[in-house]
Ligand binder design. Structure first.
Ligand SMILES: C[S@@+](CC[C@H](N)C(=O)[O-])C[C@H]1O[C@@H](n2cnc3c(N)ncnc32)[C@H](O)[C@@H]1O
Ligand SMILES: [Zn+2]
Length: 280
């Protein structure tokens, strides 16, 4: 792992700093965390929560994102990140690290940390870019990072923890949140019986973040995707519906689709900054 990232990592047990010793990171109190052969550190204490993606979901996501269908999201995120060129980018709920890598490609001196609760994700994200590292951690239990260390935090289609984002974001830094809009993948919700997006989701995101995070702006991006049947299958396999669908029924419905399948991708990108502490 990169020294530029390790310096900001904190022990998930006692919050002291960590240093690299052989194949582990260790704090002064002796808590030790293995760095896997694939280059990620496991900082998860306790059980893996529900919602961790499976290796099958991660490989479907890698294939779908690799084909470029969501490049418009990566470009919007990289534009919204602003003009800094160095510092730490944290991707909370990073999945394959696709968006983190896209941002680092535009930031020649930046370093990145992908955080995900799924080992399968951390394994892929650790190799997403030469200046990216990855850690397994549960964002709901807190980020294993120093106060005010992140220049940019990405949170894309992933669980969020407003209090922790506010603690970790540097004054002047930005939090970028991508959420699906109610019509996201609407055609597939109807024809394949997928889970729809809660129409109240955006309001819930703003409320959940709250506190010291201030909304600078929020923009919608809508694209018509032209997909093959197998790309539609990847899209289903990488999303929350993959936990719920009846697979034989899904295969029948997929087989009935004519190509190309036109699908609406519709997302909201919200940019937040951190308000100064009162009296500080
Ligand atoms: C829908 S995927 C999005 C991944 C990536 N941001 C992208 O858009 O390609 C959500 C990710 O959040 C991770 N995740 C779920 N619960 C989590 C938690 N409590 N802490 C950290 N990551 C979590 C999942 O393992 C998964 O990789
Ligand atoms: Zn410790």
């Amino acid at each position: 792992m990169h020294a530029e990232v390790v310096e900001y990592l904190r022990c998930p047990v006692c919050a002291s700093s960590l240093s690299a010793t052989g194949t582990a990171l260790r704090c002064d109190a002796g808590h030790s965390f293995d760095v896997a052969r694939q280059g990620y550190v496991n900082l998860l204490t306790g059980q893996v929560p529900a919602g961790a993606e499976t290796p099958e979901m991660i490989s479907a996501r890698a294939a779908f994102l690799g084909a470029g269908h969501y490049d418009f999201i990566a470009a919007a995120v990289a534009d919204a990140a602003g003009a800094y060129s160095s510092g730490l980018v944290v991707d909370a709920g990073a999945g394959t690290g696709h968006y983190l890598a896209a941002l680092l490609r535009r930031r020649p001196e930046g370093f990145g940390l992908a955080i995900d609760v799924a080992k399968a994700a951390a394994r892929v994200a650790a190799r997403s870019h030469p200046r990216a590292d990855a850690a397994v951690a549960d964002v709901w239990r807190g980020l294993p990072l120093a106060d005010g260390c992140a220049e940019v935090i990405l949170n894309i289609f992933a669980p969020r923890n407003g209090a922790e984002f506010a603690r970790v974001l540097r004054p002047g830094g930005r939090l970028l949140v991508v959420t699906p809009r109610p019509d996201h993948l609407g055609e597939l919700v109807a024809t394949l019986g997928l889970l729809g997006v809660d129409p109240d989701k955006q309001r819930r995101v703003d409320v959940a973040l709250g506190g010291r995070l201030r909304l600078d702006r929020s923009d919608e991006y809508v694209r018509k995707l032209r997909l093959t049947r197998s790309e539609v299958a990847q899209l289903v396999a990488m999303g929350p519906s993959s936990w719920h669908v009846d697979r034989p029924e899904l295969s029948r419905r997929l087989a009935d689709l004519g190509e190309p399948v036109i699908v609406t991708a519709s997302i909201q990108l919200s940019v937040f900054h951190i308000a100064p502490r009162l009296g500080g």
